[in-house]
Design a protein around this ligand. Structure first.
Ligand code: FES
Length: 153
């Protein structure tokens, strides 16, 4: 039996500008993730004035998110993804959380537990790490709280 397809609208933010595109996805094949974290691990030549998130510890930040999410049993609920350049290199390590479209900059391994606890689990964005000019949020500083799985309460 072929998978059923649905039409979804995907909003992406590139350079903090909004791009809307449509995509066909197989509704039966989608993972049930409630959040996606895109963590820039892009590497470019050290001589580049833009710098890159790889040299600022992007892979360590990604690994820390994976470990932190597993520790609170959110693996399979929240996905920490590698991302290429998110076009805010000077503010790296860059992390964006979907579906809220919250952009964080200067993220280090030391910030990961706070983002997971406060934003992912608690629903409150970590304002001290948020990049400026996120007009798409319209001043909203929180989203749905995921809580932790019942056996963690
Ligand atoms: S290298 Fe990370 S945002 Fe460009």
């Amino acid at each position: 039996m072929p998978p059923e397809f649905c039409h979804i609208e995907v909003n992406c933010v590139a350079g903090l500008g909004r791009i809307t595109s449509r995509a066909l996805v197989a509704s039966t094949a989608m993972a049930p993730f409630e959040r996606h974290l895109f963590i820039c691990v892009n590497e470019r030549a050290c001589s580049s004035p833009k710098g890159c998130c790889f040299s600022k510890g992007g892979k360590d930040v990604r690994d820390a998110f994976k470990k932190a999410l597993a520790a609170v049993k959110l693996k399979g609920v929240v996905r920490a993804n590698n991302a290429g350049c998110l076009d805010i290199c000077e503010a790296g390590v860059a992390v964006v959380v979907y579906p809220e479209q919250v952009w964080y900059g200067g993220v280090t391994v030391a910030d990961v537990d706070e983002i997971v606890a406060q934003h992912i689990i608690g629903g409150e964005f970590v304002q001290r790490l948020m990049l400026p000019n996120q007009e798409h949020l319209a001043g909203v500083l929180s989203g749905p709280a995921l809580g932790v799985p019942a056996d963690e309460n």
